[in-house]
Ligand binder design. Sequence first.
Ligand code: 5GP
Ligand code: ZN
Length: 110
Amino acid sequence: MSDCIFCKIIAGEIPSQKVYEDEDVYAFHDIHPFARVHFMIIPRLHIASLADATPEHRELLGKIMLLAPKLAKEQGLDSGFKTLVNTGKGGGQEVFHLHVHVFGGGPAAK
Ligand code: 5GP
Ligand code: ZN
């Protein structure tokens, strides 16, 4: 997906503040954080949205969800965190590469 900004971030063509990466996923801080800690976990595979996920993505989606508490803790969110997946235009999705927002720790610094 040559015009996808998150594919470009994964490829290193757009700089990002990396939180984690492995062979299947990439995690990085949101450029406009809405909490003190706010990062996103994305699959390396371009899946446009949760509505485009299929049973073959089951393991990948499970991996992303299991990474959320691990990475949240590493980012200092010891007492808990929120997750958010905006799906489709009506769901407020702006970037059409599936991503799980993980955030918490109070309001973002202004
Ligand atoms: P959505 O509304 O699609 O769920 O969330 C997309 C998120 O991606 C937004 O919170 C936005 O701040 C973030 N974002 C958009 N472009 C970039 C970028 O180039 N770098 C980073 N790190 N985040 C981005
Ligand atoms: Zn993409």
